[in-house]
Design a protein around this ligand. Structure first.
Ligand SMILES: Nc1ncnc2c1ncn2[C@@H]1O[C@H](COP(=O)(O)OP(=O)(O)OP(=O)(O)O)[C@@H](O)[C@H]1O
Ligand SMILES: [Mg+2]
Length: 319
């Protein structure tokens, strides 16, 4: 009986121990749960803060986005307005340029008309009078040889010779004022004659010539400018180049006339500021007036290559 009691007491003591251990565990668990609660609480607070910050940031971003959109719309409007303005100004500029070009072309045409008129006046007026004086002097001279003192006769003979020389110079002037053949035989033949005439005083130059332009469909300014450019280029080659070879090419396609003159002479430095003539500048200017292109490549000792393009499309306004 007492053994049973002993066993029971031991059992009871064991149970109490277990109970205490369990209670300790329960306490630990309670403490852990409380800790967890605190942590969860902190997390919730943090989350609320983060959320609030996030929402505030979102609102700021949305505001900034709306501002950016407004700004973009404004910029687009400004850009469009500017584009319209630029287009308007460009059109006005283009128109002004066109007017200026037409005006310059008309001045050029007027100049040529004036030159033609002057050449006719000189030819039909002054030259005819000089010719009459020349014939008179020569006729008179024949009869006066025996009747005049020798000194007077020599003076008269000198006067007749001088009149003859003046007439020759005058013919040159008349010819240079208006390309004489342009009206009569057309551009192609006039250009061929020009090349022949310009190269006559330079027998040392070997020339390769190709002129294929025809005569139909070219307007007056184009023909005259083409003639004048070739005239100046050949005159420069003859006067300055000391070339052995010269290549002259005038060709035509549906777009316009192309003039190329190249020599293998002494060349020159186009950038040198002391170029005194007006020939090159006047070629450049004439081509510009036609809306064409002009290039001159030159270097000392390396000859000169000139190319000009005269477009067909230019038709100066009538008014
Ligand atoms: N083919 C060439 N070879 C060598 N030098 C040249 C040639 N063409 C032009 N030059 C040089 O360029 C200069 C300017 O030429 P440009 O035709 O403008 O005037 P210019 O011939 O001297 O005078 P202008 O043509 O007014 O009668 C010439 O003086 C010459 O020194
Ligand atoms: Mg010249």
């Amino acid at each position: 009986m007492s053994a049973d009691r002993e066993a029971l007491l031991a059992r009871l003591a064991g149970l109490e121990r277990e109970n205490r251990a369990l209670q300790a565990k329960i306490r630990l668990l309670d403490e852990g749960r409380a800790k967890q609660e605190r942590i969860a609480d902190t997390h919730r607070r943090l989350l609320r803060c983060v959320n609030r910050d996030y929402e505030e940031s979102l609102a700021v971003i949305e505001r900034q986005h709306a501002d950016a959109l407004r700004l973009t719309a404004e910029l687009t409007r400004y850009r469009n307005e500017l584009q319209d303005l630029v287009a308007e100004r460009s059109a006005a500029l283009h128109q002004a340029n066109e007017r200026l070009r037409n005006l310059s072309l008309k001045i050029l045409a007027a100049q040529e008309t004036e030159r033609r008129w002057l050449s006719m006046e000189l030819h039909d007026g002054v030259l005819q009078s000089l010719a009459a004086v020349h014939i008179f002097l020569q006729t008179e001279l024949q009869g006066l040889a025996s009747r005049l003192p020798e000194q007077s006769f020599d003076k008269l003979r000198l006067a007749a010779r001088t009149v003859g020389e003046v007439m020759r110079d005058m013919r040159e002037v008349v010819a240079s004022l208006r390309p004489p053949m342009l009206d009569d035989v057309g551009l192609e033949a006039a250009l061929r004659a020009l090349v022949k005439k310009c190269l006559l005083p330079c027998p040392a130059i070997r020339a390769r010539i190709s002129i294929e332009v025809g005569d139909t469909g070219l307007h007056e300014e184009q023909k005259i400018i083409c003639y004048r450019i070739l005239q100046e280029a050949l005159s420069n080659a003859a006067r300055h180049s000391r070339a052995r070879n010269l290549c002259v090419e005038v060709s035509r396609d549906s777009g316009g006339l192309a003039v190329r003159v190249q020599d293998d002479g002494v060349g020159f430095d186009p950038a040198a500021s002391r170029l005194e003539g007006v020939g090159i500048e006047s070629m450049r200017e004439r081509v510009r007036l036609l809306g064409g292109s002009f290039q001159l490549e030159a270097a000392p000792g390396r000859g000169v290559r000139l190319s000009a393009f005269l477009p067909c499309a230019v038709t100066p306004e009538e008014s």
